[in-house]
Write a protein that binds this ligand. Structure first.
Ligand code: BGC
Ligand code: BGC
Length: 650
């Protein structure tokens, strides 16, 4: 675990450590590491001589084509089961925008049917030397590409719950729902320690606190895979997890796929602990990062991928490349990259260019550009993971125990857990005159353009990559407005949806739901932390309602903490709701009292990211920034006063 330097002021653990470490870094050559300084870890599963003997037997029978096939991963948008007859690939994925028949609203049964077709093709004839292929998906907050699945809050909201056991159960349910559609591999959890919220992937990070990320990494891997060493481990109710993106993606000064300039110590003590914990919990696959360290792309960093991860950290599973990320190495292209394999990537993610990549990799193997020992090591790792995941004995996807049990997707029990996670994730930043909790029997005006939108509440990686589907794309789910209306009308109150906040009769209270529009990856990078710099209509709405004498509750949807001083000033109560997903009921549960007047649920969420006091991030280039407005761990409860001084708006 990372030690906090003496005098640590309670804010931005990352910054303080980072600053010290950058100063101590000296001149580290790119790719150079002090291997002995990395803790020697052990994988969760001890080497099993019988398993290894089976791997050797399989390997001995494999042709070079079959071996190379294990190293290449294609996207279902550009490969058909029939292609496997000529290209014996070891795995496939569906990218954020890929779905059966290229229809993102394809029914869950179509996913399962497609899984069967790929499975059948992969075990027929030449493919995979008798071991079926794996299919991986970005189930990063539930099985989020499948309409009807349970959607959990994005990781930033889960960070605020500070509840590893909740994370484990979310992993368990996500695994089960993925299993319903016949897939066996999930590209999650993201264990990035994000420390500049301008980064578009901040919401995929649990926290800027490495200790929390560490606990969650182990909990999520255990939930997805089952406990390492137990009978549940990778059984038919569980899936392979993929901690990502190794290493240092959270430290690139807010730039996606950018350069992490931190020292080796920072990488080791701040970015790496999540991986150590995940490996300790039995993680079998890890995804490499698009980002660089000290100017060198991670996909080409043999020291970190091979010597550190596979050596010191004891990782004996398969290391997956990210989406065409190998193409960013000098001398490489999407269709060709021996350098990534030689650096330690075992499986190259080549969504569309898999065919040419296969041909070129085969040539590189035959020419000795990829040494035979490296090829065999990569193949062994893939086979090891497949055997540990019981792919040899599980049978067709649809024949497995939970496959086709579509009633489990978004089942009432699963959604109840998601709703509880929403409740636990909410952070109350301000509560003037203890306006909250509200009486259920109130006349509520629900305003703000996000109040009735499931996409706005869910963010990126929902149904598709960027996540902006209309409500009709979600067979299950309750918008925040619908949930409020449900709650107050049951108690004899009323709720009216007026996105622009206009009203005829003055309501008792207005709840304004507003915030960021969905984004994923680099599309979400922003230059400053100011909320909505070009468009202040939400602020105007809050002010208008207050000026009309209506008490205002702000419910802020965002994938990161943002500078919202003016909005905080303009609201009586302010709730950071992150990206809660489809269970708006979790928000109504906390905002409203029971019909009897009793408090039903208090706020338990506490910040897992420091909240900025200015548009500038708390730390840039290793320099500690300004103190935050709210420190890590901040969050009010109903018993707290809840006043906030007027904040500077310039
Ligand atoms: C992302 C990964 C993701 C992969 C597959 C990449 O662009 O960086 O996190 O798993 O795509 O969708
Ligand atoms: C895919 C994502 C992927 C991204 C990479 C998108 O088209 O859907 O899965 O992460 O491309 O840039």
């Amino acid at each position: 675990m990372v030690k906090r330097p003496a005098g640590w002021a309670g804010y931005c653990a990352a910054c303080a450590l980072w600053a010290g470490a950058v100063a101590a870094a000296g001149a580290t050559d790119p790719g150079d590491v002090h291997l002995q300084s990395w803790p020697q870890l052990r994988p969760a599963l001890a080497a099993d001589p019988r398993l290894e003997a089976r791997i050797e037997a399989l390997l001995a029978r494999m042709t070079p084509e079959q071996k190379v096939g294990q190293l290449v991963q294609a996207d279902i948008g550009s490969i058909t089961p029939d292609d496997l007859r000529h290209y014996p690939l070891g795995s496939i994925l569906n990218g954020g925008d890929s779905a059966p028949r290229d229809d993102k609203l394809a029914a869950p049964s179509e996913w399962l049917a497609l899984a069967d077709r790929f499975y059948d093709a992969s075990v027929a004839r030449v493919a995979s030397a008798g071991l079926p292929l794996l299919w991986g998906t970005d189930a990063v907050h539930g099985d989020n590409n499948v309409p009807g699945a349970t959607i959990f809050p994005h990781n930033i909201g889960l960070g605020a719950t500070h509840d590893p056991e909740l994370i484990r159960r979310i992993g368990e349910i996500t695994a089960l729902e993925v299993r319903v559609t016949g897939l066996d591999w999930v590209f999650a959890p993201t264990v990035a320690v994000a420390r500049d919220a301008r980064w578009g992937r901040t919401y995929e990070s649990y926290s800027e606190d490495p200790q929390l990320v560490r606990e969650y990494a182990a909990a999520m891997v255990t939930g997805l895979q089952g406990a390492a060493g137990s009978a549940q481990f990778l059984d038919a109710a569980h899936v392979l997890a993929t901690p990502k993106h190794f290493l240092g993606d959270g430290g690139t000064a807010g730039i996606d796929q950018g350069d992490n300039r931190g020292s080796e110590r920072v990488l080791r003590d701040l970015d790496a602990p999540g991986y150590g914990a995940a490996i300790g919990a039995g993680a079998q696959t890890i995804m490499a990062s698009y980002s660089s360290w000290q100017g060198l792309k991670m996909h080409g960093n043999r020291a970190l991928l091979t010597l550190v991860l596979k050596g010191r950290m004891g990782f004996d599973g398969l290391l997956l490349g990210d989406w065409d990320a190998h193409a960013q190495l000098p001398g490489c292209a999407r269709t060709s990259c021996a350098a990534a394999v030689n650096a330690g990537i075992d499986v190259l993610m080549a969504p569309q260019s898999w065919r040419e990549l296969f041909d070129n990799t085969l040539r590189q193997v035959q020419a000795g550009e990829i040494p035979p020992a490296r090829l065999d090591d990569a193949v062994r790792r893939v086979l090891r993971v497949k055997l540990r995941a019981h792919l040899d004995s599980e049978g067709r996807p649809s024949s497995r125990p939970f496959a086709g049990r579509f009633e489990l997707l978004g089942s009432p029990q699963h959604r109840a857990l998601a709703r509880a996670a929403v409740r636990e994730s909410l952070v109350l930043l301000k509560n003037r005159n203890q306006l909250l909790p509200l009486a259920a029997r109130s006349r509520v005006l629900v305003a703000g353009d996000a109040a009735d939108s499931l996409a706005r509440a869910s963010g990126g990686w929902t149904i598709d990559w960027q996540g902006s589907e209309p409500n009709a794309a979600f067979p299950r789910g309750e918008t925040i407005f619908a949930a409020i209306e449900h709650c107050v009308s049951a108690a004899g109150g009323s709720a009216t949806l007026r996105p622009a906040g206009d009203f005829a009769a003055r309501p008792d209270v207005a709840i304004v739901v507003f915030g960021e529009h969905p984004y994923a990856e680099f599309k979400g990078d922003v230059p400053t932390l100011e909320y909505s710099p070009g468009d202040k209509h939400d602020l105007a709405l809050l002010r208008r309602l207050r000026a009309a004498g209506v008490p205002v509750v702000a419910v802020f949807l965002s994938g990161r903490p943002l500078w919202v001083n003016a909005e905080l000033n303009a609201a009586d109560s302010f709730v950071a709701a992150w990206l809660p997903g489809l269970e708006g009921g979790g928000i109504a549960d906390v905002l409203f009292r029971a019909a009897t007047g009793a408090v039903r649920y208090d706020f338990h969420g506490r910040l897992s990211f420091s909240w900025p006091a200015s548009p500038h991030p708390p730390a840039v280039d290793g320099q500690p920034g300004e103190p935050p407005l709210f420190s890590l761990g901040y969050g009010l409860s109903y018993r707290d006063g809840g006043e906030l001084r007027a904040l500077p708006e310039n």
